[in-house]
Design a protein around this ligand. Structure first.
Ligand code: PMP
Length: 384
């Protein structure tokens, strides 16, 4: 029997104990409604403000507001629909990459169907990268919004966000949204320098809690709110604030930011070992790019063996990985991202994603390979 290995950290991570503690303490001690005028309210409001300031400090943000959301799906919806609808009288053209998360593409498709927006999806090359030249060529006088994910959740490719930001600085009427969910505290991104107007993050991807996240909004950006009601969060997201969630998010960011460089080196070393060992197995195709790639994602295919079959075989050995992203896994379809990368049905239907967390070192590679090698052999024999 192998030691249990959770290698599905891009789907979600285990919360830090400190995050759970702070959530519990905030819930019981600061239960006041931040909008209340009495002391209970004022104390809770102060705590919310402190959480915002902490997040802004950790991410090096000066001229930005933090809007707490229920996660990145909500943040992406709020950013895209809110920005597009605020600009509807100026133009109805949006640009995005063809490998965005469904919370981006489904929002854009709704804008298309319900409001007549025209969406240009930038194609990616075989390594999962868009080209800046394609972005430049796609910009039109009626373009109002560009949405580009930072790190792709399935293969780990890191898009040229800073270069895209430079291009967009020439177009003051275009808002720039970045889905930073898989990149935060994995791949540095200078949000302010890159000229990003809207940026989505999700707590449960870095040892925070599910149901916590934020939309980072550059000061002065006009958004039509998705959720209307009271004047909480400057009217961008009505509803009594989830104070304990906000504080727990700030705590997770604080913990994730500590000792970042050392962790980066550890994750990179572990990933390199995985890539090396995988490349030694005959017939295994590595889908993760060699360069400009996040340190925690390794994606490979074993053509001829369905991803789900391999996943469950590894599960029998107490090793937990994923096929496509968790949000698409139950559709049982080949990976759309890999198809967009031109990998073909065979590779896209047999891809496995390993995703690491901060505490996993190179030590996790060998036990994984010791389960994978005989597993592939056995499955190949069964199929003969
Ligand atoms: N964007 C990306 C790139 C993601 O990986 C995810 C989570 N699978 C999301 C958005 C959605 O985040 P949440 O689970 O917080 O709604």
């Amino acid at each position: 029997m192998y030691k249990r290995q959770y290698l599905d950290n891009s789907s979600t991570t285990k919360p830090y104990d400190e995050v759970l503690n702070v959530y519990e303490q905030t819930s019981s001690r600061y239960f006041g409604n931040p909008s209340s005028l009495h002391r209970y309210g004022a104390e809770t409001e102060q705590l919310l403000q402190a959480a915002k300031n902490q997040i802004k400090r950790s991410l090096g943000l000066k001229k930005y507001d933090i809007v707490f959301t229920s996660g990145a799906t909500e943040a992406n919806n709020a950013a895209l629909k809110g920005a597009a609808l605020s600009k509807i009288k100026t133009g109805k053209h949006i640009i995005a990459t063809s490998i965005e998360h469904p919370s981006v593409t489904e929002s854009l498709e709704q804008l298309k169907e319900l409001f007549g927006f025209d969406i240009t999806y930038l194609s990616v090359n075989e390594d999962g990268f868009v080209s800046i030249e394609d972005l430049k060529a796609a910009i039109r006088p009626d373009t109002v919004l560009v949405s580009m994910m930072h790190v792709n959740n399935e293969v780990g490719s890191v898009q040229p966000i800073e270069a895209a930001g430079e291009v967009l600085k020439e177009h003051s009427n275009i808002l720039f949204h970045v889905d930073y969910v898989q990149g935060i505290y994995k791949v540095p991104l200078a949000i302010e320098k890159a000229g990003i107007d809207l940026c989505s993050i999700s707590g449960h991807k870095f040892h925070g809690l599910k149901g916590t996240g934020a939309l980072i909004v550059k000061e002065g950006t006009r958004l039509i709110p998705l959720i209307t009601g009271g004047s909480q969060q400057k009217g961008i997201r009505a509803g009594t604030e989830h104070t304990a969630g906000a504080v727990s998010l700030a705590k997770a960011i604080n913990l994730a930011s500590a000792d970042f460089d050392t962790r980066l080196d550890t994750m990179t070393a572990a990933k390199e070992l995985f890539m090396k060992r995988l490349s030694e197995i005959e017939g295994v195709v590595i889908n993760t790019p060699q360069m400009n790639c996040a340190p925690h994602i390794i994606n490979f295919s074993v053509p001829g063996i369905k991803a789900e079959v391999l996943l469950h075989m590894l599960e029998e050995q107490d090793i937990f990985v994923s096929t496509t992203s968790a949000c698409s896994a139950k559709e049982h379809k080949p990976s759309k991202v890999l198809l967009e990368m031109g990998k073909g049905e065979q590779i896209a239907g047999s891809s496995i994603r390993i995703s690491l967390n901060y505490s996993q070192t190179s030590d996790v590679a060998e036990p994984f390979m010791n389960a994978l090698r005989p597993g592939i052999k056995k499955l190949r024999e069964m199929m003969r």
